[in-house]
Design a protein around this ligand. Structure first.
Ligand SMILES: *[C@@H]1O[C@H](CO)[C@@H](O)[C@H](O)[C@H]1NC(C)=O
Ligand SMILES: *[C@@H]1O[C@H](CO)[C@@H](O)[C@H](O)[C@H]1NC(C)=O
Ligand SMILES: [Zn+2]
Length: 388
C-alpha cells in the first residue's frame, strides 16, 4: 500500500523525542553499564575478547566475529535480527587475493512490524549506530583499542541497556493500541559493526572503508516492495551515529555538522544533565560534548570515516569522534593499558540515554539492580577512578 501524500509539517528529526526524567537517568539501568561488556579490566569481558589483532580474513577476525554474534544471541533477549552483509575486495597489500569484508547488522523493529513481515518492508525509520570492528594490517600485533574495539563493545552494551525497555514499551503499545495505525513510520534501532574501515597501505578512495562502501552501495540499490514510508534501507535511516576513537581519557568531540547539530545538542544535554546529577564518573574540565552552544558554522573539513559513503547518499550523520585524536592513534600504544574505564562507562551511559530518549523509553527502563551481572557491579568494584 502506498499512502496518499498528506502535507504535514515535516519534522522527521525531532519527532516524539522524549527527554528522560532525572530519576530514570539516576536509578535506571542506564546508570550502570556492565563491566562484563565494556571493561578491559575484566579479562572475560566482550571488550577483552575484541582486543586482539583482527585483520580481515585472519583467525583473530573470525574469533571477534563469533564473540559479537554470541553476545547478541546470549545477552540480548528481544527479537533482534542479526544479519551479515558480506563482500570481498582486493587490497593494495594482498595482491590478487580477494579479502573478505563482513559487516554485522543488528536491528530491532516493533513486534507488530516484524510479525507483519519477516522482511524489511519500509515501515520503520531507524536510529543507526555504527562502529568498525576490523583492525589495522600494520603494525603487526596492533589491537586498536580506541580504534574501534571500545566503540564496538559499547554499542553492544548500549543495545543491552535498551533491550528490556523496548520490550516493555512495545508490549504495552501493542496491547493498548494494537500497535501503530500505519500512518506514521515506526521507530527502530540498528547497530552496524562495520568491517574494513582501515586502509591496508595508504588512505584513499579505493583503500579504506571497504565494508561501509559496499554496504551503502547495496542499500542504495535495494528498494522495498510496497514500501509504506521509505523507498529503501538508506531512506529508512533517520540518523546515522558513528562512534570512533573513544575510550581514552579526556575526549573532546566537536559538533561537525550543522544539519544534525540538533542531535548533537540532545546528546550534549544528556551529558550535562548526567554530570549535574552525579551519574558520571569522570570530572573533566571540558565536557566530552563541548559544543552544544555552537553558533558559528565555518566551512570545515570533516574527518574521513565510515559515514562518508552514507553521507554522500544523503544520510544525516552525527559523528562522535574526538578532535584531536587520542595520542595513541595508529600506534602500538592503542591498547588496553591506555584506556580509561571511567570514560568508557560514561560514554556508554550517555549513548544509552540518547537511544532511550530517541526511542521514547521514559517510564519503561528497568531499575538499576545491584545484583548478578548487572546493577552496581561497576560502582562496587571500582569505587573511585583514583584507586585504579
Ligand atoms: C558472511 O560472513 C559470516 C562471517 O564470516 C559468515 O558466518 C556467514 O555465513 C557469511 N554469510 C554468507 C551468506 O556467506
Ligand atoms: C533534575 O536535576 C537537576 C540537576 O540536579 C535539577 O536542577 C532539576 O531541578 C531536576 N528536575 C526535577 C524535575 O527534579
Ligand atoms: Zn584506524
Amino acid at each position: 500500500m502506498k499512502l496518499p501524500i498528506i502535507v504535514l509539517p515535516l519534522l522527521p528529526s525531532t519527532w516524539a523525542y522524549t527527554t528522560l526524567s532525572n530519576s530514570t537517568l539516576v536509578s535506571s539501568s542506564i546508570s550502570s553499564p556492565r563491566d562484563s561488556s565494556i571493561s578491559h579490566l575484566d579479562p572475560a569481558s566482550l571488550l577483552s575478547r575484541i582486543l586482539i589483532p583482527r585483520v580481515p580474513g585472519t583467525p583473530g577476525h573470525a574469533s571477534v566475529q563469533s564473540h559479537l554474534v554470541e553476545f547478541a544471541r546470549t545477552k540480548l533477549h528481544g527479537d533482534w535480527v542479526v544479519e551479515w552483509h558480506n563482500s570481498t575486495s582486493k587490497t593494495p597489500a594482498t595482491g590478487d587475493k580477494e579479502v573478505p569484508f563482513q559487516n554485522l547488522v543488528l536491528r530491532r523493529d516493533p513486534p507488530w512490524v516484524s510479525a507483519r513481515a519477516k522482511e524489511d518492508r519500509g515501515d520503520t525509520g531507524r536510529l543507526v549506530l555504527a562502529a568498525h570492528y576490523d583492525s589495522l594490517y600494520k603494525p603487526e600485533g596492533f589491537v586498536g583499542a580506541v580504534d574501534s574495539a571500545v566503540p564496538c563493545a559499547m554499542l553492544m552494551e548500549v543495545l543491552r541497556g535498551v533491550d528490556e525497555g523496548l520490550t516493555r514499551m512495545w508490549e504495552k503499545e501493542g496491547t493498548e493500541n494494537g500497535g501503530n495505525d500505519g500512518l506514521d513510520p515506526e521507530k527502530g534501532v540498528m547497530v552496524l559493526l562495520l568491517d574494513g574501515e582501515e586502509a591496508w597501505v595508504s588512505w584513499g578512495e579505493d583503500d579504506s572503508l571497504y565494508g561501509s562502501r559496499a554496504l551503502a552501495e547495496t542499500w542504495e540499490n535495494t528498494k522495498y516492495e510496497n514500501g509504506n514510508h521509505f523507498d529503501g534501507p538508506l531512506q529508512a535511516i533517520s540518523l546515522f551515529v558513528l562512534l570512533d576513537l573513544l575510550g581514552a581519557a579526556g575526549p573532546t568531540v566537536p559538533s561537525y555538522f550543522e544539519k544534525t547539530h540538533w542531535a548533537y545538542e540532545n546528546m550534549a544535554r544528556i551529558e550535562q544533565r548526567m554530570r549535574g546529577l552525579g551519574v558520571l564518573e569522570t570530572k573533566p574540565k571540558t565536557p566530552f560534548l563541548y559544543e552544544a552552544e555552537k553558533q558559528e558554522w565555518f566551512q570545515r573539513g570533516y574527518i574521513q570515516d565510515d559515514h562518508v559513503p552514507f553521507m554522500r547518499r544523503g544520510v544525516d550523520i552525527l559523528h562522535i569522534i574526538p578532535t584531536p585524536f587520542p595520542g595513541v592513534w595508529h600506534t602500538m600504544d592503542d591498547d588496553a593499558a591506555h584506556l580509561d574505564v571511567s570514560t568508557i562507562r560514561d560514554w556508554t551511559r550517555i549513548v544509552t540515554a540518547f537511544v532511550a530518549e530517541w526511542m521514547d523509553l521514559e517510564g519503561y527502563m528497568p531499575e538499576n539492580e545491584a545484583k548478578g551481572d548487572g546493577g552496581n557491579e561497576a560502582e562496587s568494584r571500582y569505587p573511585e577512578k583514583d584507586e585504579l
